[in-house]
Design a protein around this ligand. Structure first.
Ligand SMILES: CSCC[C@H](NC(C)=O)C(=O)O
Ligand SMILES: [Zn+2]
Ligand SMILES: [Zn+2]
Length: 404
C-alpha cells in the first residue's frame, strides 16, 4: 500500500539531520521553502546568528490588522546514542504495529520533539488553505526556530528581540508540550525557570597526609548539604496530594539536582579549589530574585562564590480563562475533538518562555495522548495514526484561534 503524501512529507522532514551540535539547517530551510511554495504561504528566512536560520511561513488573514497567531516549533533535535536504537534514527523507518498493517510506528529522532508539531502545523495549513479553500480572520505565522535544544539563545531569544518579530504583531502562540502516557491532553501554560548555579570555593592546600584547615571542599560541603536538604523538603511536598486530593506535578515544586562536581589534581594534594553545580528549576510561584539572593547568601556564608550560568527571571504565565480571548476558542476546539485538558506548568524550559516574557500568551501542546514520553530517549517514535490525528487536531485548533 502506498504511503499517504502527508506522511511522506513528514518522513522527509524527519530525515533531515538537524541534530545538535551541528544541525543541517540548510536542508531544513530548503524543505520549508518547498512546503511554503506548495501551500502558497509567504516565506522568509533570516539568520540572526550566521548559519542559524529563523524561518517564517505566513498565511495572511482577512483582517491582517488583528494580532496574529504564531505556530512555533524548533527545527533542531538532540543527539542520539545510535547503538541503542533499533532502527537508524534519521531513516524514519515505518514499522507495522501488527501483521495487518493497521498502523505503523515511525522511528526517528525528533519525531515527538518536535517535528510532529512543526509538520502537523504545515499539514493543517495545507488542508485548510488548499483542500478546504478556507480563509481565516487572523494572519497565521508558522515559525521554525533553531537551537531550542541548547537554550534558544541564538534562535528564539534573538528573534523575539528583532524588528521582524515586532512586525508579526503576535497575539497568541502555540508551541511544544509533552506526550502523556495517560488519556488527558497536557496543556502547558507556563514553565519552571532554570537556575543553573555553580558554587566555587577556594581554600588552603597542602599535603594530603596533613590536617589542613579551611579547604575548598570543607567550604563546599555545607552548601551541598543545604541544597540536598532543600531537595528533600520539595520532594515531600511533591509526594503530598493537593487539598483536592489530586497529585502534584513537577510544576508545583522547585527541584535541585547536583549535576556537576569538580576538584583535585592528584590524590595526595589538597585541592586549591572545588566546584559544585546545581540544576535548579524554580516553580513560577517562587520569587525568583529572592531565590537568587538566598543562593548568594548561602555561598557567602560558607566563603564560596555563586556563579549563575543560567538564570531566568521572568515568571509570566498564560491565562487559561476568559481573560485570555484565545483560551475559550482553544478549549472549545480541543473539547470538540474529544480531548480532556490537563493544565500544567512545564517542568523544563522551552522557547515559550521568550514569547511569554515578550507579552505573547503561549500554550505548549504536543497532541500525543496515551503515548510514552520518548523525547530525548532512544527509539523515539510516533505512530502514523498519531501523526494523522495531530493534523486533525491542528486543523481544528488553528481554525478556531485564528477566527477569534
Ligand atoms: C536553560 S536552556 C535548556 C533548555 C532545556 N529544554 C528542554 C525542553 O529540555 C532544559 O530545560 O534543560
Ligand atoms: Zn522540544
Ligand atoms: Zn527537546
Amino acid at each position: 500500500m502506498s504511503v499517504r503524501p502527508s506522511v511522506q512529507r513528514f518522513i522527509e522532514y524527519l530525515r533531515i539531520k538537524t541534530v545538535q551540535p551541528a544541525p543541517d539547517y540548510n536542508t531544513c530551510t530548503q524543505f520549508l521553502r518547498q512546503q511554503a511554495q506548495e501551500i502558497g504561504l509567504e516565506f522568509y528566512a533570516k539568520e540572526y546568528v550566521a548559519g542559524k536560520p529563523v524561518v517564517v511561513l505566513s498565511w495572511p488573514g482577512t483582517s491582517p490588522e488583528l494580532p496574529s497567531i504564531i505556530l512555533n516549533s524548533h527545527t533542531d533535535v538532540v543527539p542520539v546514542f545510535e547503538e541503542f536504537w533499533n532502527y537508524p534514527p534519521f531513516e524514519a523507518r515505518r514499522v507495522a504495529t501488527d501483521e495487518h498493517q493497521t498502523d505503523f510506528k515511525i522511528y526517528a529522532r525528533g519525531s515527538q520533539d518536535m517535528k510532529i508539531v512543526g509538520h502537523g502545523y504545515l499539514e493543517a495549513l495545507r488542508r485548510l488553505k488548499c483542500d478546504e479553500g478556507r480563509r481565516l480572520r487572523r494572519t497565521v505565522h508558522a515559525v521554525f526556530v533553531p537551537d531550542e535544544e541548547i537554550g534558544g539563545h541564538d534562535g528564539m531569544q534573538l528573534f523575539v528581540e528583532s524588528p521582524e518579530f515586532a512586525q508579526l504583531n503576535a497575539g497568541f502562540a502555540l508551541d511544544e508540550g509533552m506526550a502523556n502516557p495517560e488519556e488527558a491532553l497536557r496543556v502547558f501554560y507556563g514553565e519552571r525557570a532554570p537556575c543553573w548555579v555553580k558554587f566555587v570555593a577556594r581554600g588552603n592546600t597542602g599535603h594530603g597526609s596533613q590536617f589542613i584547615e579551611g579547604t575548598a571542599a570543607e567550604k563546599l560541603m555545607p552548601i551541598i548539604d543545604h541544597l540536598m536538604r532543600f531537595r528533600q523538603t520539595q520532594l515531600q511536598i511533591f509526594k503530598t496530594p493537593r487539598d483536592d486530593g489530586s497529585q502534584r506535578t513537577l510544576g508545583d515544586v522547585t527541584t535541585a539536582n547536583l549535576t556537576l562536581l569538580s576538584s583535585g589534581v592528584q590524590q595526595n594534594v589538597v585541592p586549591e579549589s572545588a566546584m559544585a553545580g546545581f540544576d535548579i528549576r524554580m516553580t513560577p510561584a517562587k520569587d525568583y530574585a529572592e531565590v537568587r539572593r538566598e543562593l548568594e547568601a548561602l555561598a557567602e556564608a560558607h566563603g564560596a562564590e555563586a556563579q549563575f550560568v543560567q538564570f531566568w527571571d521572568d515568571n509570566s504565565t498564560t491565562a487559561t480563562d476568559a481573560s485570555n480571548p484565545f483560551w475559550p476558542a482553544f478549549e472549545q476546539a480541543v473539547g470538540a475533538q474529544g480531548f480532556t485538558v490537563f493544565k500544567e506548568i512545564f517542568p523544563a524550559a522551552t522557547d515559550s518562555r521568550y514569547l511569554r516574557r515578550a507579552g505573547v500568551p503561549a500554550l505548549g501542546v504536543t497532541p500525543l495522548c496515551n503515548a510514552p514520553i520518548l523525547l530525548h530517549d532512544h527509539n523515539e517514535f510516533v505512530k502514523e495514526s498519531e501523526f494523522l490525528a495531530a493534523i486533525d487536531f491542528y486543523t481544528a485548533v488553528i481554525a478556531a484561534v485564528a477566527d477569534v
